[in-house]
Write a protein that binds this ligand. Sequence first.
Ligand SMILES: [Zn+2]
Length: 335
Amino acid sequence: MIKSKLYFLIAFLFSFTAHAQSPKEKGLESINRQSAEAYIGFLASDALQGREAGKHGGCIAAEYIKSVLQDMGIKPLNSNSYFQPFEAYSRERQTRTRFSIHPDSIAKYREERAFRKLKLNNVLGFIEGKKKDEYVIVGAHFDHLGIDETLVADKIYNGADDNASGVSAVLQIAKAFVVSGEKPERTVVFAFWDGEELGLLGSEYFVSTCSFTSSIKGYLNFDMIGRNNDDAKPEHVVYFYTESSPAFGKWLKDDIEKYKLNLKPDYRPWDKPIGGSDNASFAKRNIPLIWYHTDGHPDYHQPTDHTDKINWNKLVDITKASYLNMWNMANLTGY
Ligand SMILES: [Zn+2]
């Protein structure tokens, strides 16, 4: 009798330890294709009209992201709102000036007879860390190119890869941190930038007005992570990272091996990764960063950037790899 009880106790303890998951792994397991398809399916649908910054479709995208964060239990970064509103100005459109958020440019444009103004919104949520005053940020832009009514066939720039794919990754990482059930060491901010296609407006506005820029320990950016640049290399992903943080390279190598992720990264350490996307706004302030990107393709900035062309297996594995990066960024020191 006693012997059999002991046997059951040992069997029970063994099965418990065999299946015990760390908080990090619990979060990792919540990342899946189903969520990626749901997020991208909505954001890149024709109903969103190409999510142009400041237009109806862009506003719907921002409202949707806010609702998803709210449902997950992610709190708004600014105590009363998930939205960070800002304005961008330019000259009238015949002069083809870029929109700007810089106060000096705005003052100049406002003096002209005709000028243009856009009302934009970043969407920002966060999980408070044990160290409330140290921050890490993961972000992606949600705006795209809108509609061109004069196009003869497909008029909508759906932007499934650019950058509904990146938005889906940030949302899944937010969910994974919640599911892990563990408070991170540092505060983790989940950022969705508006106006990237007009010149990195949202991320630049955020960083230039941020009260804690010097306490941002790292930034991870996504811009286009769902396509194959070369069909013969479906595992290809470009992994840019700040050269002076070699740990970023090691983290990815180790996690790909440990979690059997099907990725073949092109590792590109870079002294100051200021090109291409919202990472530039952070690199300019010398914030260490990681940037995932699956390279250009014929549908880049075309109305044919559609959801059915996404490589879901790769997108999910990039989301998992970057969640593990963020877990390290939020919890480790010395990178
Ligand atoms: Zn983009």
